[in-house]
Design a protein around this ligand. Structure first.
Ligand code: SAM
Length: 287
């Protein structure tokens, strides 16, 4: 669990974990479902480190403080670069610009996630380490041999993870830099059942695919507008995982009900901004 939280960048390393009965309470920096509030002892030697998110060997800070960045860089041998976002996540490709605060001037790094290796370039293709647990949750719900479609694959983190159980995974993205890294990551992880596609998700329905057992839709700002296309690509009884940014519980139920009468489960994935959060809807397709 500690490793999972570290990989997602939400383990609070400034506080000491606390045993309680047969459990251990681990401190986190972000709200997560099921967490409890309690007092934990601070670790003074780490209290000086600035707040940051870890992606492989890169730390992303929120404050423009090169001195603090140098302290951060020397605090962990695995770090090679400290970055500061110079733009929000933006555009169709969902990328952002960065300034280098300390270390090697690069936005490229290698992320290890549940034994898989993903080479990412934060300035050129979207990647979020915070979805690591979510990818495992979807994997655990799969049956062997499934036909999977990942409509907005980025560098392939979902596709390559799910390929462990899938018969075949088609992985599409319209960002050429993302598909370049996807192809590299397929080879890096020796996956022989992932088909990379440089494609607009809006065109997939016209390509004559046999129906899919499972469709991943991870484009939280806009995926709902592709939902009808995804439902058309999914077999009767198949599953769609729709990731959506929302400001109210069940916000996308009316849209979902327009394409399926099947069972739908909604969960919070993570907070986004005050009053907004990323939700996932697990949708069974029944027409
Ligand atoms: N699923 C990946 C992950 O978890 O790391 C990436 C998700 S990222 C939020 C969304 C991705 O969708 C981006 O890589 C972007 O380039 C891609 N994208 C945006 N619009 C698209 C479209 N119409 N068709 C295919 N891909 C698209």
């Amino acid at each position: 669990m500690r490793r999972r939280l570290l990989e997602e960048g939400i383990l609070d390393r400034r506080h000491r974990p606390r045993p309680e009965g047969e459990s251990i309470l681990l401190p986190v920096t972000d709200e997560i479902p099921g967490a409890v509030r309690c007092r934990l002892e601070a670790l003074p030697e780490r209290a000086e480190l600035p707040r940051h998110e870890l992606v492989g060997g890169i730390a992303i800070m929120q404050d423009d403080d090169p001195e603090a960045a140098r302290v951060l860089l020397s605090s962990r041998p695995s770090l090679h670069t400290v970055l500061l976002p110079a733009s929000p996540v933006e555009g169709e490709y969902r990328t952002r610009r960065f300034d280098v605060l300390a270390g090697t001037p690069t936005t490229r790094t290698r992320v290890i996630e549940y034994g898989l290796r993903f080479d990412v370039d934060l300035a050129h293709a979207y990647f979020s380490a915070r979805l690591a647990t979510e990818r495992q949750r979807v994997l655990e719900g799969m049956s062997d041999g499934e036909r999977v479609l990942d409509m907005f694959t980025g560098v392939g983190a979902f596709a390559i993870t799910l390929a462990e159980r899938a018969g075949i995974v088609f992985a599409a993205d319209l960002n050429p830099a993302a598909v370049h890294l996807l192809i590299h990551n397929i080879t890096l992880n020796r996956r022989e059942n992932v088909v990379p596609m440089l494609a607009d998700a809006a065109h997939l329905a016209r390509l004559g695919f046999a129906p899919f057992d499972r469709v991943i839709m991870n484009l939280p700002m806009a995926a709902p507008q592709f939902l009808a296309a995804a439902a058309g690509l999914c077999r009767e009884g198949g599953m769609i995982h729709l990731y959506a940014l929302q400001g109210g519980e069940g916000e996308y139920f009316p849209l979902i009900r327009a394409v399926t009468s099947g069972e739908v489960a909604e969960r919070m994935v993570r907070t986004y901004s005050p009053g907004k959060w990323h939700a996932v809807y697990d949708i069974i397709v029944e027409r």
